[in-house]
Design a binder for this molecule. Structure first.
Ligand code: NDP
Length: 499
């Protein structure tokens, strides 16, 4: 660990367990064993850009061993004989251990992913605990159906729900722990086994979670965690001939590659991809709710939020006052050290991501958008950005059409419901959308016409273990969370018995 990161830790203090974890050699988790890799890669702390940890860079052989272990655990190991209630209990134990280690996990995640710690605790870790418990409850409730059939003769027909098998799970860096739990809780609940690869920038919380899996008594091979590079071992994993399902969260670009690999092996596939989610603000909206929504979406997590409300369409009659209110709040956000409980926004994840965002700000200026606040490079050693708002944009601008994945909000005025609906749907993505109005009839009229996986009314980015999350159009295929997610890890077998 670099001395700049050590100084940061000294300044705010962390738990003993965080220190012990960060000081020990990092290891992958394969077949219930903590395994060192032949090669390593560096993980940087985003607010200093300095070395946080050296982590394993998995090889093709590591992936091979992890898939083999998951295969054995599914086909023949202890896990394959476990009753649903045993799976339920182990997931509850895991949830309890995550809860006991909430502070440690949030510290590790905060240092690794540049997350403001209080938000990380309240959203990333607490949300993961809820999901583990929610999916634990489903383990004992997976059932089929009896089917009256009309063919000649006497038959008893029914359906059996069976786990699909070995799941290859790939997650991005913006919600490293939370996305990983989204990917593993449902398949483990229904009896699948999992090989998970975190993003190369942010593997630490999952490497720590491996310790909790061992403590919880998860049998060997049920969950395997390999840390390494997506283009090499991520690709090895999703194209492996003996996996049964690919569950991916990340960019649309990589999702297409991953999807092709899955279809080559006729594997099940879930893709949770990018977004450019619209917020439709009508003349009767509560402006404070709009301001709050920007805080909980596009300016939360430094705008590295797939469903962040990044396109803001405001009725012309309240356009100026809404822009002013958002700019006022955004300009006063506390941007700073991620371990500081006061901090509202940390840095971007990497120098590359910061550059991408700064490039888009340059593009917005060149396209003629009006910069209302932010947009400057704050400098410093880390990957700092400012909460940024562009007004008077046009729907054809690149900053309006493309996913920036930073704290950059673009605003456009509108006059009619028909006009704003067309503007909102004029995008390749369809992950989420929100409508701000006091007119419930209008909201109910618009909801079915909006092309997105989620629609919020008078709020944005609300998520719960019991509601499905996933996109349409180029935002993906399939759902995470809610009862709907379970189906994506189940096969339905039809059984006929001639009587
Ligand atoms: P990427 O698509 O670049 O990477 C996602 C994961 O895929 C990483 O683990 C990466 O590994 C891995 N990967 C890269 N190339 C391959 C490959 N050829 N085969 C297999 N795996 C590969 O996304 P980011 O990490 O940059 O995350 C940001 C994106 O994620 C945004 O577009 C965002 O919208 C989306 N996202 C979507 C969500 C949703 O629910 N819809 C939720 C959260 C984020 P490595 O890190 O080593 O490159």
């Amino acid at each position: 660990m670099d001395k700049k990161v050590a100084a940061l830790i000294d300044k705010y203090g962390v738990t003993e367990r965080t220190l012990t974890f960060l000081r020990a050699p990092m290891r992958q988790y394969i077949n219930g064993q903590f395994v060192v890799a032949a090669e390593s890669m560096q993980v940087l702390e985003p607010s200093t850009g300095a070395l946080l940890a050296e982590v394993p860079s998995a090889s093709t052989e590591d992936v091979e061993a992890a898939v083999k272990a998951a295969r054995y655990a599914f086909d023949e190991g202890e896990w394959s004989r476990w009753k649903p209630a045993q799976r339920e209990r182990v997931l509850h134990r895991l949830a309890d251990l995550v809860e006991e280690n909430l502070q440690t996990l949030a510290e590790i995640e905060s240092l690794d992913a540049g997350k403001a710690i209080e938000g990380c605790k309240a959203v990333d870790i607490a949300g993961s605990i809820d999901l583990l418990r929610y999916m634990a409850g489903w383990a004992t409730k997976i059932d089929g159906a009896t089917r009256p059939v009309s063919v000649e003769g006497e038959h008893f027909a029914y359906t059996l729900k069976e786990p699909v098998g070995v799941v290859a799970a790939i997650v991005p860096w913006n919600w490293p722990f939370n996305m990983a739990i989204w990917k593993l809780a449902a398949p483990l609940a229904v009896g699948c086994t999992v090989v998970l690869k975190p993003a190369q920038q942010t593997p630490l919380s999952m490497l720590f979670f491996a310790e909790l899996c061992a403590e919880a008594g998860l049998p060997p091979g049920v969950l395997n965690i390999v840390s390494g590079r997506g283009r090499t071992i991520g690709n090895d994993l999703v194209s492996h001939p003996t996996i049964n399902k690919v569950s991916f969260t990340g960019s649309t670009e990589v999702g297409i590659t991953v999807g092709k690999a899955a279809i080559e092996n006729i594997n099940h596939l879930t893709l949770e991809l990018g977004g450019k989610s619209p917020m439709l603000v009508f003349e009767d909206a509560d402006i404070q709710k709009v301001v709050d929504a920007t805080q909980q979406s596009i300016y939360f997590n430094t705008g590295q939020v797939c469903s962040g409300g990044s396109r803001l369409y405001i009725h012309r009659s309240i356009y100026d006052q809404t822009i002013a209110a958002i700019a006022e709040r955004a300009s006063n956000m506390v941007v700073g050290d991620t371990l500081n409980p006061e901090t509202e926004m940390g840095p971007a994840i990497s120098a590359g991501q910061k550059q991408t965002v700064m490039d888009y700000i340059g593009i917005g200026l060149a396209e003629g958008a009006r910069l209302v606040c932010g947009g400057k490079d704050p400098g410093g050693e880390g990957y700092w950005l400012q909460p940024t708002l562009f007004a008077d944009c046009d729907n054809s601008m690149r900053i309006v059409q493309e996913e920036i994945f930073g704290p950059v909000l673009v605003a456009i005025p509108f006059d009619t419901e028909e006009e704003v609906l067309a503007l909102a749907n004029d995008n390749i993505y369809g992950l989420a959308a929100s409508i701000f109005t006091r007119d419930l009839s209008r909201a109910l009229r618009l909801i079915p016409k909006i092309e997105s996986g989620t629609v919020w009314v008078n709020t944005h980015d609300m998520i719960d273990a019991n509601t499905p999350f996933g996109g349409v159009k180029q935002s993906g295929i399939g759902k995470d969370m809610g009862p709907e997610q379970l189906e994506y890890f189940l096969e339905t077998k039809a059984v006929w018995i001639a009587l």
